[in-house]
Design a protein around this ligand. Structure first.
Ligand SMILES: C[S@@+](CC[C@H](N)C(=O)[O-])C[C@H]1O[C@@H](n2cnc3c(N)ncnc32)[C@H](O)[C@@H]1O
Length: 295
């Protein structure tokens, strides 16, 4: 499997993330190591802790970052546990932490992981394969109301109620095991006229399930809270988000920290990709970067 993930907002990220050329940095979402590689390449005296909850991503990052192995340590864990997974000695001493949220292209492209509505696979969607919650479990065990609310809140799916009804009806006959079965149910639930607009009909449901399986918004809130106590004075926290729910959390948290005099927001408006990047990297289109500097 190749890890052909193109790092989003690569140059802008380095500009906000790095302020101390000899600093210790944390990549809280290392993925295949794209942003990490650029940091270590550009700053020969910088050190890095590369964290990810997906062991497959970390294995790929080990390969990507091999030329700089003497300056990197790898940690498997969830960034929500940042304060416990990092060595206590680095608490308050980190120069910058990067959160490049969401799944990496290889997770999406590996059909077995069940993230994609384009491939038929078991309903999984866990970024951390050790986590007990799978999409199968949620789709087959949660109540109709819980499913509808999740699709509404995290997928902003207009047809949430109908999709939840179709799911609950179908699973009375037999469990919904695959992404393919789920896609067919979603298509049946959304009226044909509404299916002609708004992209793939399963996109919003899959986004909602992925957020739910991985508790992405809860993890982000806790991860940011831990991050603000992990960076040194002058240290930076950078968040790249891909949908409005994540961006809202970053925006509100940074604003709140500003009011609490923990430091200052460096991005009055979120930084987005330029035309060249959106032309070459589809995933970059919805990217928004926000940065905060600790006092
Ligand atoms: C968009 S990719 C990162 C890509 C990377 N910046 C690059 O340039 O190659 C996001 C990564 O973050 C990881 N991730 C998402 N949420 C996480 C969390 N709560 N804790 C740890 N890792 C997480 C995913 O497993 C995935 O590998």
């Amino acid at each position: 499997m190749s890890f052909a993930h193109v790092s989003v907002l690569a140059e802008e990220t380095l500009n906000y993330w790095v302020h101390d050329v000899q600093g210790l940095y944390v990549d809280a979402t290392t993925g295949a190591g794209g942003h990490s590689f650029r940091l270590l390449e550009a700053y020969p005296e910088a050190h890095l802790i590369a964290l990810d909850q997906d062991p497959a991503a970390l294995a790929a990052a080990r390969e990507t970052l091999a030329p700089y192995a003497d300056r990197v340590s790898f940690v498997h864990g969830n960034f929500r546990d940042l304060s416990t997974v990092l060595d206590p000695a680095v608490r308050g001493a980190v120069a910058g932490i990067l959160f490049d949220l969401g799944v990496s292209s290889p997770q999406l492209d590996n059909p077995e992981r069940g993230f994609s509505y384009q491939h038929d696979a078991v309903l999984d969607m866990r970024m951390d394969p050790d986590s007990p919650v799978t999409a199968f479990r949620l789709v087959n065990m949660k109540s109709k109301d819980e499913i509808a609310r999740a699709l509404q809140d995290w997928g902003e799916e207009r047809w949430a109620q109908r999709i939840a009804e179709f799911i609950v009806k179908a699973r009375q006959k037999e469990p919904i095991r695959t992404t393919g079965q789920l896609v067919e149910l979603i298509k049946a639930a959304i009226p044909a006229s509404a299916r002609r607009t708004g992209g793939h009909p399963a996109r919003r449901t899959f986004q909602a399930l992925r957020i739910w399986v991985n508790d992405e918004l809860g993890a982000l809130e806790e991860g940011l809270e831990a991050a603000v106590h992990t960076v040194a004075p002058g240290g930076r926290i950078v968040v790249i988000s891909f949908h409005s729910l994540e961006d809202r959390i970053a925006k509100h948290t940074f604003r709140q920290w500003g009011q609490e005099h923990l430091g200052k927001v460096l991005t009055r408006h979120p930084v987005g990709p330029d035309e060249e990047e959106t032309d070459t990297n589809l995933r970059a289109r919805s990217a928004k970067l926000r940065a905060f500097e600790r006092e």
